[in-house]
Design a protein around this ligand. Structure first.
Ligand SMILES: NC(=O)c1ccc[n+]([C@@H]2O[C@H](COP(=O)([O-])OP(=O)(O)OC[C@H]3O[C@@H](n4cnc5c(N)ncnc54)[C@H](OP(=O)(O)O)[C@@H]3O)[C@@H](O)[C@H]2O)c1
Length: 261
């Protein structure tokens, strides 16, 4: 039987973790990147291809049975729609049996432009005729860390007021995606959220303390439907707090002591 698993977005924050876990299963694994493939990774067959343009996909997908789709282009997120369409076309041509898709908690409740695109991706996959599984997860601490690092270029850390997050470890999300890929198509599965819900203000203060940055944290009211969506709790899933690694664990392991200023 053909057990080849393709990981898209395999150089990304989540995709790297997924790739490593699939590699450890011993199943044949392929990885997609737009760049030149990295130096030889034992047990991984790298392919260069661009989902948004549709380039290089026929060779990359030939013989694949399962795809774990972690690719996204957050800066040019509208490209994620053609990318999804090309993914589905290439998968159909290759007789892929199962696409496992990662989405975000709240994409259907917050009209944030990137979330609209994620929701459209979910819809395209569900209507594709290919077996599918979609897992929605909450934010990775890495994303919060990156965003706060960017905001910390200013002396004031501005965060949306009344908004909470429930950070979930990227490795735990990767574990779940690989588990789902080894099962059959399951449709929309229960969300995956981190162990605790935190006000964003608290996350920003904790982050600044761990990073050794003296910054004023300023909650700002975001008007309109997007701000209301953030304040509604739609970024969190308290009834799905199944993650284990905490925000504090992340700060200790990955932020503390880094370039204090
Ligand atoms: N970050 C979060 O907090 C979070 C939370 C829940 C769900 N998610 C979802 O998890 C997924 C992965 O997020 P991430 O944070 O790991 O993203 P990321 O670090 O930005 O990685 C994105 C990956 O996508 C690849 N990519 C982008 N455009 C591509 C294209 N046109 N063709 C082929 N590959 C392309 C990039 O590979 P190359 O540059 O090597 O081509 C990169 O490996 C996304 O679907 C995101 O919505 C993220």
């Amino acid at each position: 039987m053909n057990d080849v698993i393709m990981v898209t977005g395999a150089t990304g924050v989540l995709g790297r973790e997924v790739l490593e876990r699939v590699r450890r299963t011993g199943l044949p694994v392929r990885a997609l990147t737009r760049k030149a493939p990295p130096p030889v990774t034992p047990g991984v067959e790298w392919f260069t291809g661009d989902l948004a343009k549709g380039d290089g996909l026929a060779a990359a997908f030939a013989g694949v049975r399962t795809v774990i789709h972690c690719a996204t282009d957050v800066r040019r997120f509208k490209n994620d729609i053609p990318a999804f369409q090309h993914l589905l076309e290439a998968s159909k041509r290759a007789d892929v049996e199962h696409i496992v898709n990662i989405s975000i908690v709240g994409v259907d409740r917050i009209p944030y432009p990137y979330y609209r695109i994620k929701l459209e991706g979910e819809r395209l996959l569900a209507g594709s005729g290919i077996g599918w599984t979609t897992l929605r997860a909450t934010q990775f601490p890495d994303l919060i860390d990156l965003a706060l690092g960017f905001l910390a270029k200013s002396p004031v850390l501005i965060v949306p007021s009344g908004t909470s997050c429930q950070p979930v470890d990227r490795g735990e999300v990767a574990d779940r995606l690989v588990e789902l890929a080894q099962g059959g198509p399951a449709g929309r599965v229960p969300d995956l959220a981190g162990p605790k819900v935190y006000p964003l203000v608290r996350l920003a203060k904790d982050w600044a303390a761990a990073a050794g940055k003296r910054r004023l944290v300023l909650p700002v009211f975001i008007p309109g439907k997007i701000g209301a969506g953030f304040r509604s709790g739609a970024l969190t899933a308290p009834d799905r707090a199944v993650g284990v690694r905490t925000w504090e664990d992340y700060l200790t392991a990955e932020v503390a002591g880094r370039n204090a200023t």
